[in-house]
Write a protein that binds this ligand. Structure first.
Ligand code: ATR
Length: 296
């Protein structure tokens, strides 16, 4: 049966281009979910993966203007490296030192990070309430930085635990300078205060570390807690399997992937995030990941 090409893949003289700059970028699920959203929103846009070696990043960013791209998402390893090449940086992105969305605003290249807001949106989408709650964040790398700033900024108390305690202390002091008393460091795998939500931002459970899971304080996870792993491949990490067995509510990284994408589309198009079809994007990504699983 012939399937209809999405509007965004029907390239014409008026089609505009967005994309993602990464290295490598071949496994990105963003082209798929963006195409679905553009079609649903009736945007004559298309989304392309661009494999950009670090030494070509400056030229690639410059080309956003030259080629008149709508903008670009930015992924590993460029999220910090891209900052000096932009004209303006959103204060939240500057704070975390990371940009995942560039908007070509009539020739002015503006950098944003939608990771933190996308993470918060994903909690709302999954009906995870945060008011007055405590969150244990595992890890102190780039993803943790975006998430911890976003949580602290929305008034949530954060417990931060990382294998390398110094990195946790540094992140906590940066966040506490802006949101006093919001982050407390706890030892990796050591007993600590209780948490309503546990978020894994470490790479334990990902790729070659798929068999591993982060160290939790004794007695965790337990029923009544929500466990969120920002990893989306595998869709169910060992941490999430253990959490499910313990009776926890679980959320995988598809939620954050989709909602950071929704926020990018919102910046580029001006369409409010609530009107962007996150559910369709999520369905497409989930189906693709399931397909990849059955292929292996
Ligand atoms: P990202 O930008 O995706 O957050 P990152 O900045 O490299 O990636 O951070 C990776 C996180 O995973 C860090 O918190 C790291 O802990 P360290 O600061 O101690 O390196 C954590 N991590 C990676 N491998 C780990 C392991 N084997 N055990 C515990 N934590 C690990």
């Amino acid at each position: 049966m012939e399937t209809e090409a999405p509007v965004s893949s029907r390239i014409s003289g008026t089609t505009r281009v967005a994309g993602v700059f990464g290295y490598p970028v071949g496994h990105s699920l963003s082209p798929l979910m963006h195409a679905i959203a553009y079609k649903e929103l009736g945007l004559d846009w298309t989304y392309v993966p661009f494999s950009i070696a670090p030494e070509s990043l400056e030229a690639a960013v410059y080309s956003i203007r030259t080629l008149g791209l709508i903008g670009a998402n930015v992924t590993v390893p460029h999220k910090s490296l891209v900052i000096p090449f932009l004209d303006a940086i959103d204060p939240d992105a500057a704070r975390i030192g990371s940009v995942n969305t560039i908007h070509n605003d009539n020739g002015i290249l503006r950098g944003y990070s939608t990771d933190g807001p996308g993470f918060l949106d994903s909690l709302v989408a999954r009906d995870v309430r945060m008011e007055g709650r405590t969150v244990l964040v595992l890890g102190a790398g780039g993803s943790a930085r975006a998430i911890v700033f976003a949580l602290a900024g929305s008034g949530v108390s954060v417990l931060l635990s990382n294998r390398t305690a110094r990195r946790a202390a540094e992140l906590a002091s940066a966040v506490n300078a802006l949101f006093p008393g919001s982050v407390t460091v706890t030892g990796w795998g050591e007993p600590g205060p209780s948490a309503d939500l546990i978020v894994n931002t470490t790479s334990l459970g990902l790729g070659s570390r798929a068999e591993e899971k982060p160290l939790l304080p004794p007695g965790m996870p337990h029923a009544g807690q929500t466990v969120y792993d920002i990893i989306y491949s595998p869709m169910e990490t060992n941490l999430l399997s253990a959490a499910k067995s313990a009776g926890c509510k679980v959320v995988n990284g598809i939620a954050m992937l989709v909602h950071q994408g929704v926020r990018s589309i919102s910046i580029w198009s001006g369409v409010p995030a609530k009107d962007i079809p996150a559910d369709l994007m999520e369905m497409a990504v989930t189906e693709e990941l399931e397909r990849q699983c059955t292929e292996v």
